[in-house]
Design a protein around this ligand. Structure first.
Ligand SMILES: [Zn+2]
Length: 98
Protein backbone atom coordinates (compact mmCIF):
# COMPACT_ATOMS: atom_id res chain seq x y z
CA UNK A 1 0.00 0.00 0.00
CA UNK A 2 1.52 3.32 -0.97
CA UNK A 3 1.62 5.81 1.85
CA UNK A 4 2.25 9.45 1.25
CA UNK A 5 3.44 12.32 3.32
CA UNK A 6 2.20 15.85 2.90
CA UNK A 7 5.05 17.79 1.30
CA UNK A 8 4.16 20.87 3.31
CA UNK A 9 3.61 19.65 6.88
CA UNK A 10 5.04 16.14 6.74
CA UNK A 11 1.86 14.50 8.05
CA UNK A 12 1.02 11.03 6.84
CA UNK A 13 -1.82 11.06 4.34
CA UNK A 14 -3.75 7.89 5.04
CA UNK A 15 -4.61 5.52 2.24
CA UNK A 16 -7.91 6.63 0.75
CA UNK A 17 -7.84 10.00 2.52
CA UNK A 18 -8.44 13.17 0.58
CA UNK A 19 -5.14 14.24 -0.95
CA UNK A 20 -4.29 17.18 -3.19
CA UNK A 21 -1.59 17.61 -5.79
CA UNK A 22 -0.07 21.02 -6.47
CA UNK A 23 1.75 21.27 -9.78
CA UNK A 24 3.87 24.31 -10.45
CA UNK A 25 5.54 25.10 -13.75
CA UNK A 26 7.98 27.97 -14.05
CA UNK A 27 9.21 28.68 -17.53
CA UNK A 28 10.75 31.51 -19.46
CA UNK A 29 8.19 33.68 -21.21
CA UNK A 30 8.99 34.93 -24.65
CA UNK A 31 7.13 37.58 -26.54
CA UNK A 32 6.48 36.87 -30.22
CA UNK A 33 9.51 37.67 -32.32
CA UNK A 34 9.27 40.64 -34.61
CA UNK A 35 12.00 40.01 -37.16
CA UNK A 36 12.66 42.42 -39.98
CA UNK A 37 15.06 42.41 -42.89
CA UNK A 38 17.71 44.28 -40.94
CA UNK A 39 17.64 41.63 -38.19
CA UNK A 40 18.09 38.87 -40.73
CA UNK A 41 21.03 40.47 -42.46
CA UNK A 42 22.80 41.77 -39.36
CA UNK A 43 25.97 40.05 -38.14
CA UNK A 44 25.00 38.14 -34.98
CA UNK A 45 28.36 36.53 -34.30
CA UNK A 46 29.32 38.81 -31.41
CA UNK A 47 25.95 38.35 -29.70
CA UNK A 48 26.22 34.57 -30.04
CA UNK A 49 29.76 34.62 -28.65
CA UNK A 50 28.52 36.68 -25.72
CA UNK A 51 25.67 34.25 -24.99
CA UNK A 52 28.00 31.24 -25.21
CA UNK A 53 30.45 32.95 -22.89
CA UNK A 54 27.71 33.50 -20.31
CA UNK A 55 26.69 29.83 -20.62
CA UNK A 56 30.22 28.55 -20.05
CA UNK A 57 30.04 29.16 -16.31
CA UNK A 58 26.70 27.39 -15.88
CA UNK A 59 26.12 23.68 -15.46
CA UNK A 60 23.68 21.82 -17.68
CA UNK A 61 21.22 21.76 -14.80
CA UNK A 62 21.49 25.51 -14.27
CA UNK A 63 20.91 26.12 -17.95
CA UNK A 64 17.84 23.89 -17.90
CA UNK A 65 16.50 25.67 -14.81
CA UNK A 66 16.88 28.98 -16.61
CA UNK A 67 14.29 27.81 -19.10
CA UNK A 68 11.93 25.40 -17.37
CA UNK A 69 11.33 24.02 -13.88
CA UNK A 70 8.39 22.07 -12.59
CA UNK A 71 7.36 20.89 -9.15
CA UNK A 72 4.72 18.51 -7.89
CA UNK A 73 3.68 18.40 -4.25
CA UNK A 74 1.28 16.19 -2.30
CA UNK A 75 -0.83 18.17 0.13
CA UNK A 76 -3.12 17.11 2.96
CA UNK A 77 -6.46 18.87 3.22
CA UNK A 78 -5.45 21.52 5.79
CA UNK A 79 -2.35 22.37 3.77
CA UNK A 80 -4.37 22.59 0.55
CA UNK A 81 -6.66 25.12 2.23
CA UNK A 82 -3.72 27.10 3.49
CA UNK A 83 -1.86 26.90 0.19
CA UNK A 84 -4.66 28.16 -2.04
CA UNK A 85 -5.11 31.21 0.17
CA UNK A 86 -1.54 32.30 -0.43
CA UNK A 87 0.11 30.35 -3.25
CA UNK A 88 2.69 33.05 -3.92
CA UNK A 89 3.90 34.68 -0.71
CA UNK A 90 5.60 38.02 -1.22
CA UNK A 91 9.38 37.96 -1.32
CA UNK A 92 11.11 39.49 1.68
CA UNK A 93 11.23 43.22 1.32
CA UNK A 94 9.04 43.24 -1.80
CA UNK A 95 5.69 44.97 -1.97
CA UNK A 96 3.26 44.95 0.91
CA UNK A 97 1.96 47.86 2.92
CA UNK A 98 4.86 47.40 5.35
ZN1 LIG B 1 -0.07 19.03 5.23
Amino acid sequence: MPTRLCDRCGQLIEEGALRYIAKIQVYAAYDPLNVDFEDMTRDHRNEIKEILKRCEDLSEEELMQDVYVDFQFDLCRPCQRFYIKDPLPAADGAGGAG
